[in-house]
Structure formats: C-alpha cells, structure tokens
Design a protein around this ligand. Sequence first.
Ligand SMILES: [Ca+2]
Ligand SMILES: [Ca+2]
Length: 152
Amino acid sequence: MQFNISFDVAGSPDLGSLMSCEQQAILDTANAAATIWSWYLTPTNVTVDLTITVDNSLFSGTTLAEGGPANFIRTGADFAGKHVYESNTAVELRTGVDRNGSSADLDIGLTVNSIRNMMAFETDDYATVRAAAMTRFRSFSMRLGMILVSCT
Ligand SMILES: [Ca+2]
Ligand SMILES: [Ca+2]
C-alpha cells in the first residue's frame, strides 16, 4: 500500500502563515513517516489519501496535533445492543475498497503554533528526537504523533 499526502488547501485558513520551506518540511516528514507505516501495513495495492489541515482554531494548549480516519462505517454487527463501526481506512486496507471515493481517507490537523513551538526541530538534539519519533511512529501506526520540522 502507499500513501498520497497533501495539504487540504481549501480547508486550511492558516496554511499561508507558514513559509514554503515549513510547508515542505511537514510534507517531507509526513511522507517519511508514511513510508515507515507502510512497512507494517498490508501489501495490498491500495492508496490511503492523507490530508493535512493547518487551522489555528482546531486546538490550543499542549496539543501537538489531531488526526484520524475520515469516517467510520457500520460493520452490520451489533455488540451489547450497540452498532459496531470500523474506520474507513481499516476497511480499505482489508478489502481494497475505498468507501469514501476520492475524499481523503485520513486527516491530520495542525496549528501554526504547534508546528513552530511545540514540535521538535532539527537543531534540537536530533538523534534523540529522531529515535523517539521512530518509536512513536511504530506505536501509533496510523496516527501522526510527531512531526520533525527543519527549515533553514
Ligand atoms: Ca483510498
Ligand atoms: Ca478515499
């Protein structure tokens, strides 16, 4: 499987606040993370479309990022009287069927503050940051826990 990663330009009111090199660094890092994720996911020939939104109204405080599958789909099963759902990404990886068509399968939300002030920069202790990031990428699999941004 492979990822197709892009910014949700129309849905990112604050993307323009980032320098082009910051935008590129985020895409580069997300693509590097996706490459690692793909090692652990199905070899099925499917493409998971991941969009990144930059919107300062998404969150504040110590949150680094938000993210997850675009939607959840009823499996048809029930458990304890409740409907059971699974993520569209799980369905696509398992069956090859993209239930939401050309819409993004996975979303990541960032703010300018989280990118600039809360994430690790290459000028930090990069080896430590990188090792921690790799561990997190494996642990969270389909979630983005950290983005390494370098912009010179
Ligand atoms: Ca897809
Ligand atoms: Ca889709």
